[in-house]
Write a protein that binds this ligand. Structure first.
Ligand SMILES: [Mn+2]
Length: 324
C-alpha cells in the first residue's frame, strides 16, 4: 500500500491505531461539524475494531453543541477530566495543540499522539502528523484512515463523515471542494447516507427565535465599501432579548457573506467573559487566515477566527490590513 497523500507518517499511524487496545480521541474546543463528525467517526470505527475508544474535547463541561443531536455525541462523550490516559492519543481537526483546550497536555504526554488535520500552518504537534491542507475536512482524512485500518464504513460512520465534509465545504461550495472530495461524497451516498435528512438537521432546524436574531444582526450590519468588508456583531444582551444562544449563531456569517459588495465578512460574537469571538470569511483572493493569525487566532485562508476585546478598534485594524 503506498502511503496516502504522500504522507511519511500515514502507514505508521495505521499501524499504531491497529496495534492499540485503547485510544483517547479529542477534537478542538467549540467543536464544529467537522470536529464532531471526525470525532464520532473515529470513535465508532475504532470500537468496530474492538478497541476501547473514548471521545472528548477540552472544555468542562463538554456537551454536544446545538443542532448536532443526530450524531449522538452524548452517548460517546467522556468529560475531559475523566478521559483515560491512553498510550495512543488521536487529535482531530486541531491546527495547534492549544486547540485541545484542557486536553492540550495530552498531546505531549501521550506515548503516541496522532495529529489528523487539514489546517494550513498546523504546527505538527503530534508524534505522527497526518496534516493535509488540501483535504476538504478532517473527516475526509478520517475516512481514508479508518478504511486503511480495516474499518467497514457503515451507515452510522458514513453519516458522521458526511456531516464533516458538508459543513467544512459549505455544502460543496468552497474552494476546498476537490474532485477527491466529491468522489468521497459519492462513496458516502452509496453507503446510504440520508443526505436530505441531514441537510434538514444541520441547516433547517433552527428555532424561530433565531430569525429575530438574524434580523437584528443584518439590520445593524456595516459595509466598508472601500475595503470590501462587511461586518456585524452579537452582544450577550441580544441573545437575551431574542431568547437565543451562541450555539445557534453559527450561521450568521453565511448571511453576511452573501452580499456581492464585500469579499470579506466578519461576525463578532460576544462570549460569557465579555470578549468577542470573531469569525472571518473571504471569497478570495485575500487571506483572512493571515488577519486571524496576526491577532493570535488561526484557521484557513478563506475561513478563520480570533478573539478580540472590542468591535470598533478591531474593525479599524482589519480595515487597515485589507487596504494594504
Ligand atoms: Mn475542519
Amino acid at each position: 500500500m503506498s502511503a496516502r497523500y504522500d504522507l511519511a507518517d500515514w502507514d505508521a499511524a495505521v499501524s499504531a491505531l491497529c496495534a492499540a487496545d485503547e485510544v483517547a480521541i479529542a477534537c478542538h474546543v467549540n467543536p464544529d461539524g467537522d470536529a464532531l463528525g471526525s470525532l464520532m467517526a473515529a470513535y465508532l470505527g475504532l470500537r468496530q475494531l474492538g478497541k476501547r475508544a473514548f471521545a472528548s474535547w477540552g472544555t468542562s463541561p463538554a456537551k454536544s453543541p446545538y443542532g448536532y443531536d443526530f450524531l449522538h455525541v452524548d452517548e460517546a462523550l467522556t468529560q475531559p477530566a475523566a478521559l483515560p490516559r491512553t498510550d495512543t492519543f488521536l487529535a482531530l481537526d486541531c491546527g495547534a495543540a492549544d486547540r485541545l483546550g484542557e486536553l492540550e497536555g495530552r498531546a505531549s504526554d501521550s506515548r503516541c499522539t496522532i495529529n489528523v488535520d487539514h489546517h494550513p500552518g498546523n504546527d505538527q504537534f503530534g508524534n505522527l502528523n497526518l496534516v493535509v491542507p488540501t483535504a476538504s475536512s478532517s473527516a475526509e482524512l478520517m475516512m481514508r484512515l479508518l478504511q486503511d485500518c480495516g474499518v467497514q464504513i457503515d451507515r452510522a460512520i458514513a453519516t458522521c463523515l458526511w456531516t464533516g465534509v458538508v459543513t467544512d465545504t459549505g455544502r460543496f461550495q468552497y474552494s476546498n471542494t476537490s474532485p477527491e472530495t466529491l468522489r468521497l461524497a459519492s462513496e458516502l451516498l452509496e453507503l446510504g447516507v440520508p443526505a436530505p435528512d441531514l441537510a434538514g438537521e444541520i441547516w433547517g432546524s433552527l428555532p424561530f427565535a433565531y430569525l429575530r436574531l438574524l434580523g437584528l444582526v443584518l439590520g445593524r450590519a456595516k459595509l466598508l465599501a472601500d475595503a470590501g468588508f462587511v461586518y456585524s456583531w452579537v452582544r450577550l444582551e441580544d441573545l437575551e432579548a431574542t431568547g437565543t444562544s451562541l450555539d445557534e449563531a453559527e450561521g450568521l456569517i453565511d448571511a453576511l457573506r452573501s452580499t456581492r459588495d464585500a469579499d470579506v465578512a466578519a461576525i463578532f460574537k460576544q462570549q460569557d467573559d465579555g470578549k468577542f469571538r470573531v469569525s472571518l470569511r473571504s471569497k478570495g483572493p485575500r487571506s483572512v487566515g493571515e488577519i486571524a493569525r496576526a491577532r493570535g487566532g488561526g484557521g484557513h485562508e478563506l475561513a478563520a477566527g480570533f478573539t478580540a476585546d472590542d468591535v470598533d478598534a478591531t474593525v479599524v485594524g482589519i480595515r487597515r490590513d485589507l487596504s494594504r
